[in-house]
Write a protein that binds this ligand. Structure first.
Ligand code: NAI
Ligand SMILES: O=C(O)C(=O)[C@H](O)COP(=O)(O)O
Length: 373
């Protein structure tokens, strides 16, 4: 079998080489010719999988995307052609949660706020939104969830309207990109809403760039009352509106989900789905594939107030490192994709075992591994 994979996807050789020959290709520029004799195609978010790309792929039987989002895949086309499909729901939700908490801690310091007592509106309470919500609650933040589809399905959690969520001190977007239907999210944050927000509100987007109207956002940021912004995703990646970058507090190149664990889980979930759909036995375990982290053990003696948690969290992952790299390089051609391709190894909080005699529960709820002193 010929297995075409995005060259930036880890573990493909380890997990898929038993099924055939692995052919790594740049995801952004894959062509119909390159897929003509492919049996399996494994992509990331940068490959638009549609009738055009698959026009010559007569043998193709499985497409997998190692991502949560599926807006780059024409699933109807795949179904019509009898090509099986899998994505990786939730694979990097922890990574996105950790990115948002790191960003909130940085913003709190910059604007001299205590997170405890602030309100956080979460737009989209699925995998990533819930990951953020659970962590934020441990900081004493009052979380308000907005998710009309889940509310209509009878999800037992309590929800607020979009307008109420937009009243919060902090507002974080975690919706899929959709252009049609009752709950379409394209420009969910539109010009009118952007103009009506208060300048002290903090907005974060780690979902898809097109969920915010970036042009309208630029106009607001150039006004006398700009908003406080954290942007991981942008309209029209990789050719983003660079004028917006100086008007953001934190800016990164779509890497919120880029923990090593998140990336590994993505490929592993495709391996499991492929085995299940084609009758193979799963013989490899993800836990045996993850390397030990550079810093994997430390001792905590101070009590768990916000400043201490911040030190601990930023020892493992500090979003300012990604922000600095982004601001330094974004003006150079091709750098948006290059920064993603050469992203340094980033580990999740669970990679560190914290030894402490203090109350463990907050650390455990945040996802650290904890051991008694
Ligand atoms: N920046 C990054 O690195 C990453 C970005 N993402 C993006 O984040 C999106 C969300 O990921 P998950 O939370 O895992 O997806 P999910 O499918 O688990 O949750 C999305 C939630 O949004 C809700 N929703 C849909 N339309 C809505 C609307 N109009 N208003 C409010 N809620 C609405 C859905 O009901 C669902 O509960 C993905 O589709 C992907 O595009 C995901 C992972 C990493
Ligand atoms: O999972 C998703 O959805 C994401 O947005 C990914 O984290 C994006 O990563 P790439 O697939 O673009 O490498």
């Amino acid at each position: 079998m010929k297995i075409v994979v995005d060259e930036n996807m880890p573990l493909t050789e380890t997990l898929f080489s038993e099924f055939g020959e692995i052919v790594p290709l740049p995801g952004r520029t894959m062509t119909a010719e390159q897929l003509a004799d492919a049996d399996i195609l494994l992509v990331r978010s940068v490959t638009k999988v549609n009738a055009g790309l698959l026009a010559k792929a007569e043998k193709l039987k499985f497409v997998g995307t190692a991502t949560i989002g599926t807006d780059h895949i024409d699933k109807n086309y795949l179904a019509g052609k009898g090509i099986r499909f899998a994505s990786a729901p939730g694979c990097n939700k922890i990574s996105v949660g950790e990115y948002i908490i790191s960003a909130l801690l940085v913003m709190a310091e910059k604007y001299q706020l205590s997170l405890a007592g602030l309100s956080l509106g979460i737009i989209g309470a699925g995998n990533t939104g819930s990951s953020v919500a659970e962590k934020a609650a441990e900081f004493g933040i009052t979380v308000k969830l907005c998710d009309p589809p889940k509310e209509q399905e009878g999800d037992p959690r309590s929800f607020v309207s979009y307008d109420e969520a937009l009243e919060c001190d902090l507002i974080s977007f975690h919706v899929p990109l959709s252009r049609d239907g009752e709950h379409a999210t394209y420009h969910l944050l539109d010009k009118k809403r952007i103009q009506s927000l208060r300048s002290e509100q903090i907005l974060l987007n780690a979902s898809r760039g097109e969920v915010w109207d970036n042009q309208a956002m630029l106009l607001r940021q150039q006004s006398a009352e700009p908003l406080r912004l954290v942007m991981d995703v942008w309209e029209n990646e990789p050719d983003i509106q660079q004028e917006l970058v100086p008007y953001t507090d934190i800016a990164t190149p779509h890497i919120a989900g880029y923990s090593l664990e998140g990336k590994y889980r993505g490929t592993y979930m495709l391996y499991e789905a492929f085995c299940q759909q084609f009758g193979y036995t799963v013989t490899k375990q993800l836990s045996q594939l993850l390397p030990v982290a550079d810093i994997n053990r430390l001792t905590l003696t101070a009590s768990l107030e916000e400043a201490v948690l911040k030190k601990l969290i930023h020892l493992v992952y500090d979003v300012r490192r990604d922000d600095a790299r982004f601001r330094h390089r974004i003006g150079l051609p091709g750098q948006f994709d290059e920064m993603r391709k050469r992203y340094p190894e980033r580990r999740e909080w669970s990679s560190v075992s914290v030894s402490t005699e203090l109350n463990h529960s907050v650390l455990m709820k945040l996802g650290f591994s904890v051991s008694d002193n």
